[in-house]
Design a protein around this ligand. Sequence first.
Ligand code: ADP
Ligand code: MG
Length: 337
Amino acid sequence: MSRVIAIANQKGGVGKTTTAINLGASLAVAERRTLIIDIDPQGNATSGLGLNRAEVDASIYDVLIDGVSIDDVRKREVHFSYLDVVPSSRDLVGAEVELVGRERREYMLRRALEAVRDEYDFVLIDCPPSLGLLTLNTLTAADTVLIPIQCEFYALEGLSQLLNTVRLVQRNLNPRLQIEGVLLTMYDQRLNLSRQVAEEAKEYFGSRVFRTNIPRNVRLAEAPSFGKPIVVYDVLSVGAQSYLSLAQELITRGEHVDDDPTSEERGEDEESGASGVGGGAISDLADGATIESKNQRGGGAAEGSALTGVEEGDTVHRREAEVPESTDVTSGVPAQS
Ligand SMILES: Nc1ncnc2c1ncn2[C@@H]1O[C@H](COP(=O)(O)OP(=O)(O)O)[C@@H](O)[C@H]1O
Ligand SMILES: [Mg+2]
């Protein structure tokens, strides 16, 4: 069974593209058949993988707008025999507008993927920094969402908006969508700030935060200008080792979903029978969770908190009545206490 993972966060510069390229390459190194789809008009994943955008004759644009098959646009065996890539192109900028008038406009990518998804173990989709139609197409096509969070001030700002979008997609377009996990990027263990972001992310996302963090590593920033994934550019770098270990974590998670070390303290997961990748992630969060800073809750100054800027009352409640019974995320999870 293939796993289609949307790498999404409407903030720019959080590490989506770096993760798409390097997690994808690491999965390919582990001999998992992997497809990276670049659905960002900026095309950074395309160029970062060494594909010359000027020479790309057909792209994801043709798939979304003209119904061309993915088989006709994918580049085979990019760097590794296990890695294929669907490139982006500049005309994708207009795709959002061109899609607006179409029927079932959110389903274009999903429909196109159906023909090839079984050829892959993993399909990673690099989203643009927005919640527009391209991201909606991605969330509709995906099984799970991987959310990179940069360990900086305002790290969790805007996450409620993203999670609300995920919930809307679950309700209306793709009931099976789950949260794959939250990935801490540009982590610096020497900084209090990084540790604080990690702590707060764990508080809200619990076991859904990947155990692997991606540290800030200059080799990761250099690699795209050589058109190489980090495992090719500098396999001994800490950046390469981190993405390899993330790939391993993702693979292991899929194989042993019950082996979650934190599932004891999150007993409701087990009772609910929420299983499978990303099981119950959104309901974890929705149990009355309000994304707000600790400082705010403690009544202290919000300054210095990684969560500053998240509006108070910016809640991510699960509104039980509105969620269809069949939706995995609600399965048996007790109403918020
Ligand atoms: N772990 C990291 N260490 C150092 N630089 C990073 C790291 N992750 C990303 N970067 C750099 O940060 C910038 C933004 O990352 P990118 O992956 O393009 O984010 P996004 O796709 O979310 O906009 C890029 O210049 C990238 O090279
Ligand atoms: Mg990007």
